[in-house]
Design a protein. Structure first.
Lengths: 216, 216
């Protein structure tokens, strides 16, 4: 039996692939591992059954035999360790690829989430206009640093791998912010990720879920 | 030669062990691995020499022979994989411990950093009083969920490990927020972590750096 992951029954991003199951779907597609999906509603995510899988009541989770996992970073790392294609063979390069996964999640994603959440939920607040430039500036600092690192390389560190998969999904959250346009090198990096056939298959799979939900 | 890490020449937390080198020091102490420390100034962190180690110009970094690493999560995981004591032997339990590292860094830490940064840098803003309860509430959601998970256990999943090490350092950031007092189970969990001899040794080592810097 293939592993089973969970995803939103009806994704709040309307199928744009911003939910965190996208990372796991993409990883499965890169390594050629079939998977099953169990859809959960927002209400069911907070119920004991789902909390037994994910103490913080979120998606995605991963179940394979007697192993149950949560956290997209941990799930992608687990997939990458079990299959060829997402981590280099060389020991040092492997550890560096994992470092880029952590960098995507702990250094680059937090200011991006802070900005995009404010754009969604604080737009009508009195402070929005004054805080927005501050939040954008924090993201720009990271984009500038990342842009200098990537320079004219295709990927973060040698061949495409789990670090790139994570970083591209994190950067895609900026799609509606306008900030990616200021960093053509980063925009091209994200586009390279999105052009991978495995990304397209994963994207289409999550979009199909949204379309089915919106027609029912 | 032991591995070399970098740490703040003069820590902005005045030796309270909130800087991210603390996590790496603690991991070294848990596994009994000696290490060297290279202190860097805020100016030096943004120079090309340090950026070659850490593209985002932060601490800590890790150097061991021809391997250079950044991101505290990746460094702690690397130490945990190379030495006994921070990851279980059982394959599934090992993967779950790594999931807790990711949970600490991607699910629990971001709202905590957002709150503590606002408490430091937005206290004089017109919106501070209105935004503060919202930021506190986001942290409370995570603390409540974590509290239910820990329940009356000592650690997150079986014996103490890398996931606990990460989670305790993340929760310690709330020391001055008053929020830990609302969750006695979490406060006791953090105290259990801080009571470990390896934590004390790591804490004393980073405090000694701050004391030496403030006397010079």
């Amino acid at each position: 039996m293939p592993p089973t992951i969970t995803a939103f029954e009806s994704s709040p991003d309307r199928g744009r692939g911003q939910a965190r199951d996208m990372r796991v779907r993409w990883a499965f597609e890169e390594v050629g591992q079939p998977y099953d999906v169990r859809l959960v509603s927002f209400a069911a995510m907070k119920e004991p059954t789902h909390r037994a899988r994910h103490p913080f009541g979120q998606i995605p989770t991963y179940e394979d035999g007697d192993l149950t996992l949560f956290e997209s970073g941990a799930i992608v790392l687990h997939i990458a360790e079990r299959h060829d294609g997402l981590l280099p063979k060389d020991a040092n390069a492997r550890v560096r690829a994992i470092a880029w996964m952590f960098a995507a999640l702990s250094t680059v994603e937090p200011p991006i989430v802070e900005l995009t959440m404010a754009m969604l939920f604080e737009r009508d607040k009195s402070w929005y206009a004054e805080r927005l430039p501050m939040l954008q500036e924090r993201v720009r600092v990271r984009l500038g640093e990342l842009s200098r690192h990537i320079s004219d390389a295709d990927w973060l560190d040698g061949a495409f791998g789990a670090g790139d998969l994570m970083m591209v999904t994190v950067l895609r959250r900026l799609n509606t912010s306008g900030l990616l346009d200021e960093y053509p090198g980063i925009a091209a990096y994200v586009a390279r990720g999105e052009a991978r056939p495995a990304f397209r298959r994963a994207f289409d799979a999550q979009l199909a879920v949204f379309k089915a939900a919106s027609q029912s």
